[in-house]
Design a binder for this molecule. Structure first.
Ligand SMILES: [Zn+2]
Length: 294
């Protein structure tokens, strides 16, 4: 007897399983995500996704390719995660995402922060070498998500963008109101190689640092880095689409800006694969802490 399925629910389920399998099977396991031991064995599979068993005596836990991934324990369909990624790339509001995908506003919030956290780990280069270009931008302080606001005065938050020979850019807030060399030293300068040649754009503090650093070095011929040169205005244009980003979330949002700003062409599928490759899981408790401080 033929069973009918006019809404193609079975097909939808099957497609979802296939997507999930494809997404997760790209992940490479390097060690047990629970104890870090590299001594583990294959241990069957669940819904066609490989499982493993840790052979460390003190651990012995089983885990799979989905353990500690960005969407671990999510009961929503993998199609929805990908759709959410596209809406996020389009910079849609959380409310819009929630309505469109029929998820709760809370879920949309969790997902956005999980993704932003993944971006943070992915995009920021850990070192700057060869010709290093540095520029500065500034945004007004924003108290969104903050309790106990004691002042209405909004100071400038200074943001530095720097690029060496890597195909990514380091963008990070460094100080508030006044120039802070120590913070610059720690967050940017410590990552610049000694034999690098620094080109600074448009800021006298940065110019002075570049001059001192390049002392005695022959000027290396290189192209002007327009991304860094026009960083300030481009950042402001990008940020203007959001209705204010809380300063406490600024660093995370800047990681998103980097993806947008790179010359590389990337889409929601590339990003979904990329984020699932690593252990990008963020516990709901951690996100709840962010939320409770809102
Ligand atoms: Zn283990």
């Amino acid at each position: 007897m033929i069973q009918f399925d006019p809404n193609l629910i079975k097909l939808e389920y099957k497609i979802d399983l296939i997507i999930k399998k494809d997404l997760f099977n790209k992940k490479q396991i390097k060690c047990c995500p629970i104890c870090g031991s590299t001594n583990y064995i294959k241990y069957g599979s669940y819904k066609e996704i490989q499982r493993f068993k840790c052979k460390s005596k003190s651990c012995g836990k089983t885990f799979s390719l989905t353990t500690n991934s960005i969407w671990s324990y999510s009961k929503k369909s993998s199609k929805k995660w990908i759709e959410f990624m596209e809406l996020m790339m389009e910079k849609r509001s959380l409310r819009y995402c929630a309505e469109k995908l029929k998820i709760s506003l809370g879920t949309a919030f969790y997902w956005r922060h999980k993704i932003l956290n993944g971006f943070m780990k992915e995009v920021n280069p850990s070192e700057l070498c060869d010709n290093v270009h540095i520029g500065k931008g500034a945004v007004k302080e924003n108290f969104k998500g903050k309790r106990n606001i004691t002042t209405s005065k909004r100071e400038d938050i200074w943001i530095i963008a720097a690029r060496g020979n890597k195909d990514s850019i380091l963008v990070t807030p460094i100080c508030k109101k006044v120039w802070n060399f120590r913070s610059f030293q720690e967050k940017i300068y410590s990552k610049i190689y000694k034999n690098s040649y620094i080109t600074a754009y448009g800021d006298r503090y940065l110019q002075a640092i570049a001059k001192k650093h390049n002392n005695g070095m022959k000027k290396k011929k290189g192209k002007v880095d327009n991304c860094i040169k026009y960083f300030r205005s481009n950042l402001n244009i990008w940020m203007s689409c959001f209705h204010g980003i809380g300063t406490k979330y600024l660093k995370k949002y800047l990681s998103w800006f980097i993806l947008f700003y790179l010359e590389k062409k990337i889409d929601y599928m590339d990003i979904t694969y990329e984020l699932l490759k690593e252990n990008n899981f963020l516990t709901t408790k951690k996100i709840r802490d962010i939320k409770e401080n809102m």
